[in-house]
Design a protein around this ligand. Structure first.
Ligand SMILES: [Zn+2]
Length: 346
């Protein structure tokens, strides 16, 4: 059952994106999403092969001077799935991922987590510069992969976390601030970054270690349900079970960790919307009631999100920009052209 649900991710996800986008009056984007998914959108990880992207990457924008404060400006929340060898709706090449980071850095963006955004915590962003959130969905091995060498585990420099760490070393002021929206029981290795060697050589025993490493090194952990369930299709009880059991698994990996952010699979809301951020599930085996309460809920699309100082900001509806084609660059261009990006003041 898990497999069939997740294998349907590409087509259903595109449909979900379509529904969500249409409800927001973005029919053009949704049509494009469906088209892309039909052609190439697949959630199943590609085999691990050397970098083969020969595509030319657009030249990064010139460095931006420090800007006047704008605390009502918009904040881009970037959304990544696989980071690997090909570009598709749910996949970004390593070269393009790196180019995205490079472009944002040169424009004066610095990363913060979703929790920091909600808390108006911009201490990691110097005055005159802008916050940006980077979110990784679905907990694939492409995002966080270990290599075993002489009995030691090393973070694969070609996985997204490895790329991020290298970027941080060469870019002063760039910190470990990104949000990982986790699955702990989905197919094709989407289980805390790989639960079987057939998925990019990852061992089941390494899963908790990865989640712990992220939490201990400045990254944020986010609930994304057990196996990417379409929450609009299930009863209130199943919705709460999916969310609570994912939170329980994260707690097993990092005891006591306070999860503050939840990402809606496919951007689909449960029938009872509030259950996305608050609920409880009683385990029938133990009789124990497990509650959850999050501060932020992430949608899948919708453009740069409102500032937490904006009276219309709603932390339960944080919009994102999917890392597809040139969508990120175009969004950042518009923010620059219209002077509508959030800029930290003194
Ligand atoms: Zn997802």
């Amino acid at each position: 059952m898990y497999r069939s649900v997740v294998i349907a991710l590409a087509a259903a996800g595109a449909l979900a994106a379509s529904v969500t986008a249409c409800s927001r009056g973005e029919a053009r984007a949704s049509a494009t999403a469906v088209q892309r998914a039909t052609l190439s959108g697949r959630p199943v990880p590609p085999p691990a092969t050397p970098e083969t992207t020969g595509r030319t990457v657009a030249a990064p924008a010139p460095a931006t001077a420090l800007l006047p404060a704008n605390r009502l400006g918009r904040i881009p929340v970037l959304e990544y799935h696989l980071v690997g060898n090909h570009d598709a709706l749910y996949s970004r090449t390593r070269a393009h991922f790196l180019a995205d980071l490079e472009d944002a850095y040169r424009r004066g963006y610095r990363p913060i987590t979703i929790s920091q955004l909600v808390d108006r915590d911009f201490r990691d962003v110097p005055a005159g510069m802008s916050p940006m959130a980077v979110v990784f969905d679905d907990a694939s091995p492409q995002q966080f992969r270990y290599i075993e060498r002489n009995g030691q585990l090393e973070i694969d420099p070609t996985s997204a976390v490895g790329i991020w760490l290298d970027f941080e070393k060469s870019h002063p002021g760039w910190k470990n601030r990104a949000t990982f929206c986790l699955l702990n029981g989905a197919a094709a290795g989407h289980n805390f970054f790989g639960d079987n060697p057939k998925f990019q050589g990852q061992q089941n025993a390494w899963r908790f270690r990865k989640v712990r490493w992220l939490a201990a090194n400045g990254f944020e952990l986010c609930d994304h349900t057990v196996w990417h369930a379409m929450l609009n299709k299930y009863s209130d009880n199943v919705v709460q079970e999916q969310i609570a059991r994912n939170a329980m698994a994260i707690d097993s990996a990092v005891p006591g960790y306070r999860i503050r952010t939840m990402a809606l699979p496919y951007g689909l809301w449960p029938k009872n919307r509030q259950l996305a951020w608050q609920g409880a599930w009683t385990d029938p085996k133990t009789g124990v009631r497990h509650t959850y309460h999050f501060d932020a809920v992430l949608e899948v699309a919708g453009g740069p999100t409102r500032s937490p100082y904006d009276p219309k900001f709603d932390p339960h509806h944080i919009t994102r920009i999917q890392a597809v084609d040139d969508d990120i660059r175009k969004t950042l261009d518009v923010l620059d052209r219209t002077h509508t990006r959030f800029v930290v003041g003194r």
